[in-house]
Design a binder for this molecule. Structure first.
Ligand code: AMP
Length: 274
């Protein structure tokens, strides 16, 4: 498993690659959700670059940038199971030799949902993804549907800045009890971990209610259920799938962010017309 630390070394390697290149951007601490993205990438390209970088510009003051798990050796071992995968794991200084002045302003769709609690988050995500797109120049890039708002914004970044990359959405990988896999799940105590699947259970109930024409009540009930289970709900909303308007009817996507203790979990479910 080749790990590149420097932009120039990665570019030198990629300049000799014949065939299609895929990019899978991650912050590392890889779990089966990430590996699912790598698997999809491998099916669309000859060489897959997995970037592993805990990006400081997408963390707000007081968030978990310092505590975020950094497990490069273990990550590399997991990726060694795949052919044709290389890792790009730069330092903060390599990607940000001086404090960057630029952030991406995504407009209205980056002022709702997660942005209400994390107002600087998507500006930093846009910056790092644009940098990675420019460094790697991939043909294909894979993003998880788990981070639905991010996925929609990255598609906009790709279209509006003419990167011309094929963006592929990967389905959300869940534990057997329905909890969406996330590197942040390991912050949960045993008690919190036992409660955490309530999020997905309520998303399923809302989906069913929307399909039955009763979305509005279901959203309110689900919020109450989560609060009663011990969550502090940041939001639980239903939007059109392009995130331009709230709706209670399919096709739509229901998105939730809720905190258990200090851990903030996000999840979503798409509701398509049957
Ligand atoms: P992260 O390392 O959390 O920044 O995630 C890197 C990529 O993996 C993003 O595109 C995420 O949406 C995706 N991802 C994270 N968790 C999951 C999951 N449980 N299922 C599918 N994709 C995921």
């Amino acid at each position: 498993m080749k790990i590149y630390r420097h932009i120039q070394d990665l570019k030198a390697h990629l300049s000799g690659v014949k065939g299609l290149v895929a990019l899978v951007p991650t912050m590392g601490n890889l779990h089966d959700g990430h590996l699912g993205l790598v698997d999809i990438a491998r099916r669309h390209a000859d060489v897959v670059v997995v970037s592993i970088f805990v990006n400081p510009t997408q963390f707000g003051a007081g968030e978990d940038f310092d505590a975020y798990p950094r497990t490069l050796d273990m990550d590399a071992q997991k990726l060694a199971a795949f052919d044709g995968v290389i890792v790009f794991a730069p330092s903060v200084d390599e990607l940000y030799p001086s404090a960057p002045n630029i952030r991406i302003d995504f407009g209205a769709r980056a002022q709702i949902l997660c942005a209400k609690n994390r107002p600087t988050h998507f500006g930093g995500v846009g910056l790092i993804v644009a940098k990675l797109f420019n460094i790697v120049r991939p043909d294909v890039a894979i993003f998880g549907q788990k981070d639905y708002q991010q996925l929609v914004l990255i598609r906009a970044l790709n279209d509006e800045l003419n990167f011309g990359i094929k963006i592929i959405a990967a389905p959300t990988h869940r534990a057997d009890d329905g909890l969406a896999l996330s590197s942040r799940n390991q912050y949960l105590s045993d008690h919190e971990r036992a409660i955490a699947p309530t999020i997905y259970q309520n998303l399923i109930k809302i989906k069913q209610a929307i399909l039955n024409g009763n979305g509005k009540n279901a959203l309110a009930r689900a919020k109450d259920n989560l609060t009663a289970a011990g969550f502090a709900v940041d939001y639980m909303e239903c939007y059109t799938q392009d995130l331009t308007q709230k709706t209670q009817n399919a096709p739509c996507v229901v998105l939730v962010a809720a905190r258990l203790g200090n851990t903030r979990l996000i999840d979503n479910i798409k509701v398509d017309v049957c």
